[in-house]
Design a protein around this ligand. Structure first.
Ligand SMILES: [Fe+2]
Length: 365
């Protein structure tokens, strides 16, 4: 199978299920492509993990003896990089959804659908491969060099090389997953940016929802949102997370990140809308932004959306030198800047969608 060219060996999967039927059928489905191990309870699953380097565990939640949730905790304690997919019936769906919060990749509902299983497993193995590779590159460059421009070059080189393989793992439908892994792995080194791209993506999607964008446009916007600050890896942390306002020279360096960003992702061959979202996310509606000082609707739509999402996240999360605002305070602040910093119409859509989202969450509780 093609996957072999990216792993030196076949990826290893451990199937944990107390029932012989589902355990064997999963084994038969996965065996042609992966090296498969099986365990019939939590204790033997943990033993298997200690004996063999496992990439992915498929875990049944309802088992006699050690419950699935407990097994999950032990697996993650032993090695947090092992991916876990929960296998569940409708009865335990709620706990599966809960488990996703604890770094579970996804869940599969019983009875199995072969193509669903193969696609989830492939996506998951792909994520493990890409995040592992990105981490390797980051660690290696950190060990060998101190300069951000060198890290930047290494990552660009890596993306150039990866393009072929990521296309295999992340064909069109999974491309979003790829950029998600890329962005979150890169930002994980800075406590102030952890989760930033994920949240900017979420807020951007809310605006997309309000505007009624098509699924295709929405996905492009999400990719753009995930990658909007990717250029920051080419800029020293001294400026990015400085404990205080930046001086003129420092600002000039930070302002290079949108352009650095589009250069870094150029090997990925992304669409022009995605690229424009990254390049212009610091433009202002009144024309006082950067890099080109575009104004009004001349600023591409994705960039106008990401600008609002980005600012809202910065306001609600805070910065080393700025304490976070409450949701309402942040919305007021955004509203104040409608027409100057942001597109007025989009601000309205955003506020409406945030409120709608809150109502839906409240109804769920
Ligand atoms: Fe930015």
């Amino acid at each position: 199978m093609e996957q072999k060219q990216f792993f030196t060996e076949k990826p290893r999967i451990l199937i944990v299920d107390d029932e012989l039927g589902p355990r064997e059928s999963l084994r038969m489905i996965l065996k042609p492509y992966y090296e498969v191990y099986t365990a019939k309870d939590g204790i033997s699953a943990l033993e298997a993990i200690k004996k063999n380097p496992i990439d992915l565990v498929t875990l049944d939640l309802r088992m006699p003896g050690m419950p699935g949730e407990e097994v999950l905790k032990h697996i993650k304690n032993f090695d947090p990089t092992i991916e876990v997919i929960i296998i569940t019936g409708y009865g335990t769906l709620q706990s599966a959804v809960e488990a996703i919060k604890y770094k579970v990749f996804d869940y599969i509902l019983k009875p199995f659908n072969v193509s669903d299983i193969l696609s989830v497993v492939k996506k998951c193995i792909g994520r493990r491969y890409v995040s592992g590779e990105i981490k390797n590159v980051l660690e290696k460059t950190k060990r060998d060099t101190k300069s951000h421009s060198e890290i930047y070059e290494q990552i660009t080189h890596f993306l150039n090389q990866l393009n072929e393989s990521c296309y295999y793992f992340f064909r069109r439908e999974n491309y979003l997953e790829f950029v998600r892994v890329l962005a979150t792995t890169l930002e994980s080194k800075d406590p102030y940016t952890v989760g930033h791209s994920e949240r900017v993506c979420h807020y951007s999607s809310l605006i997309a929802e309000g505007l009624g964008l098509s699924p295709d446009e929405k996905e492009k916007l999400q990719i753009s949102a995930y990658l909007h600050d990717i250029g920051k890896i080419g800029i020293s942390d001294i400026y990015i997370s400085k404990d205080g306002p930046l001086d003129e020279n420092e600002w000039a360096i930070v302002r290079e990140h949108p352009i650095k960003g589009i250069k870094i992702i150029s090997p990925l061959g992304l669409s022009s809308e995605v690229i424009e979202g990254i390049k212009y996310h610091h433009e202002r509606f009144d024309g006082k932004g950067y890099p080109e000082g575009l104004s009004g609707k001349n600023i591409p739509l994705f960039a106008r959306i990401i600008a609002i999402a980005d600012a809202y996240d910065a306001l609600t999360i805070g910065r080393p030198y700025k304490s976070p605002l409450s949701k309402n305070e942040a919305l007021l602040e955004i509203k104040k800047c409608a027409g100057s910093q942001f597109d007025e119409e989009l601000v309205e859509v955003f506020i409406e969608e945030i409120k709608k989202n809150d109502r839906e969450i409240n109804q769920m509780h």
